[in-house]
Structure formats: C-alpha cells, structure tokens
Design a protein around this ligand. Sequence first.
Ligand code: 8ID
Ligand code: ZN
Length: 372
Amino acid sequence: MLLSSIRFSARRGPVCSHSFVRFKTSIPRSQKAVVYETHGGPLLYRDVPVPKPKPNELLVNVKYSGVCHSDLHLYKGEWPFDVKLPLIGGHEGAGEVVAIGEAVKGWKIGDLAGVKWLNSSCQLCEYCVSGHEPVCPSQVISGCHQDGTFQQYTVADAIQAAKIPKGTDLAEVAPILCAGLTAYKALKRTEARPGNWIAVVGAGGGLGSLAVQYAKAMGFMVLGIDGGKDKTQWAKSLGAHEVVDFTTVPDLPKTVVGITGGGAHGVVNVSASLAALQQSFFYVRPTGTVVLVGIPGKPTVDLPVLPTVGRNLKIVGSVVGNRKDTQEAVEFFTRGLVQLPVKVAGLSELPRIFEEMDKGIIMGRYSVDTSR
Ligand code: 8ID
Ligand code: ZN
C-alpha cells in the first residue's frame, strides 16, 4: 500500500483510497519478530515487514503471546503438518486492533482482540456450519500455515478472532486463546457432571494449570497428575483436590482408582507423553471418557480393546474449541474463575523458553512481551 494513496475520512479515520482498509496512523513499516527458517534451526530475533490485512482480516498489534508446547512441536518438525517456512510461530496472541480490512464487520480500531490457533476456516463446510470449525479441511492455523503471534503485528481473520473486553490484562489473557480454550473444551468433552472426578494428566504445565482451574470452576473433583514436587504442589495451589507425582508413585492406575473410588469419570491428557496416555486407559472409570489433547512426537498408543469394550469406555480426541467455546473460556477468565499466574518474558527470550519447555521445567505458562 502506498502511503501517498492514503486519504482521511472524518467518519472512519485514515483510509487507503484503493483498498479502503481502516487503520491507525501510527503503524510502522517494520517490526520485531522471532523467525526460523528450518525446523530446529536458529530462532532469529529480527526486523520483518508489518503484514497487511486482507479484506476479511484484522491487523492486530500483538502485545503479548503465550508460548504453547505446540509451537515447540512445530519448530522441531515433530508433526506431519504443512508448515510454512520461514515461519514466525505463535498462536496465543492478545493485542489491539490497528487496521481493519474492507469486508470486516463488527470490529473497530482500538478493540482488543485474541489471535488463536484457528486463524480462519471456510465457514461453508459441514463442520463449520455445525460449530466444528476446528476440523474444517480448509482451516488456516496461526504460526503454522501463516505467520503467527511471535511478532508485534499479525493478521487474523475477523470472524475467528476473539473479542476481549476492554480493561483485560493482555499478558494474562493471552494463554486463554489456546491453552485455556483447549483445556475448557476438553473438559466439556468428558461429559462429566459436577461432583465427578477428573484426572488432569500434565497438571503442572500450561494447559494443565488451566484445566485444573476450569475443572474446579465447573464443579468437578480434580486429581492433578504431574512429575516432581514442584509441579504437583503447583497443581495443588491452583485448586486440585488431590495430586499424584507420577515419578514416585509405584502403581499409578491403582493409586488413581483408590483416590477416586473406582476411577476417574473423565481423564484429560494434556501431557506430551505417550506413556501417560497409555496408562490412562487403566484408571478411567467404567463408562468414563479419556480425552486426548496432548500430542506426543510419536503419537501411537496400544488401545486395550477388551477393557475398552467391556467397560464401555469412550476415547475421544479434542482440538482447541469453536467460537462459542472461546467466548465462554474468556468469560471464565474475566469473571475471575481462573487465574493466569503467567511468567512474563521478552519475545527475544523465546529460544530460552523453548529450551526450558523441552526440559519440562516450566510451571504454568510463559507470556512474551513483544516490545522487548
Ligand atoms: O487442541 C489441542 N489438542 C492442543 C492445544 C494446545 C496444546 C494440544 N496441545 C498439546 C501440545 O502440543 C502438547 O503436546 O498439548 C500438550 C501440552 O501442551 P502444554 O500444556 O503447552 O505443554 P507443557 O506446558 O510442556 O506441559 C506438559 C506437562 O506434561 C507433563 C510435564 O511435566 C508438563 O508439566 N508430563 C509429561 I512431559 N509426562 C507426564 C506424565 N507421564 C506429564 N504429566 C503426567 N504424566
Ligand atoms: Zn497451543
């Protein structure tokens, strides 16, 4: 867009005479981002051009982005995804709308917006029209198919972008856009009832810290499972009724069945561990549900057929959530039902954060400040 083509409109502010994009005057031409050119290659903190929104898109000045383990899986090339390279990753962005494409309705400059894993979907297929847009075959994923939120400005489809109420703490709300949403939807997928036991596997991690709190707010009894004293105490401090350290307990299934009086009604596996997933089939309660959320690098388990059939188990997958789930997940946060004790770091520190995540030593979630 040529700056000379900009004209000003009293009603809508400055506009471009060609595309009628509405925008703030202060958008720079370049910005800071973390880019990688090859899987596992250097994570380069460098200047890149500010993207331009398409007619259906918002340009969001990302203030904070959560750092999800999915970003690390994608960076390492662990999943058979069609990843754009070079790539700016990230899909838990929270920021301010600074430009609006000509076809966008319902957004104005200055609104707060969340940028999610699901950047856009076709809105026409059978999944999109039935509220299952995260499985749309034409979906576009932020920080995978297109550049994501590890930059100061990113584009987001206006239909899928999440509305964030004015005054919300952007560092804290950022991880709700993936971790919170995914944890909340997975809990719904258990179809458990208030008072039932939910086992959260990976309770000390990013999704787990939120799953524990959403589960408690939804009226479930919560058993948090993770490794080490720090992580189990952390899960307890977030409200888990009981915690189990999988690294010290001699027989995990027996322990869980004992604590829950017959097995967990719902198991939400938000760990990136194949072993953890495999074990969960042996402590879910008869008629209960195991929800697969975490995706280990080698993602194949042996499903024990006889116990699954004979105990009427449900084994389901769950990927993020739809727009309604997003709205609800954000509301739990803005109502104070879930807390985000995030660790704030600079975007330039992403390489160190990925290292810590790889070692499994992060408690909760990092939220990176894109201004440093
Ligand atoms: O939509 C989805 N399905 C979705 C959305 C977002 C993230 C799926 N994910 C996936 C990620 O790609 C990743 O595989 O969920 C998984 C967890 O993401 P995260 O919460 O961002 O990761 P984390 O912060 O590293 O937490 C993982 C926790 O699992 C624990 C670790 O100690 C850590 O606290 N853990 C491990 I590794 N092995 C465990 C085990 N055997 C375990 N906890 C219990 N038992
Ligand atoms: Zn994520």
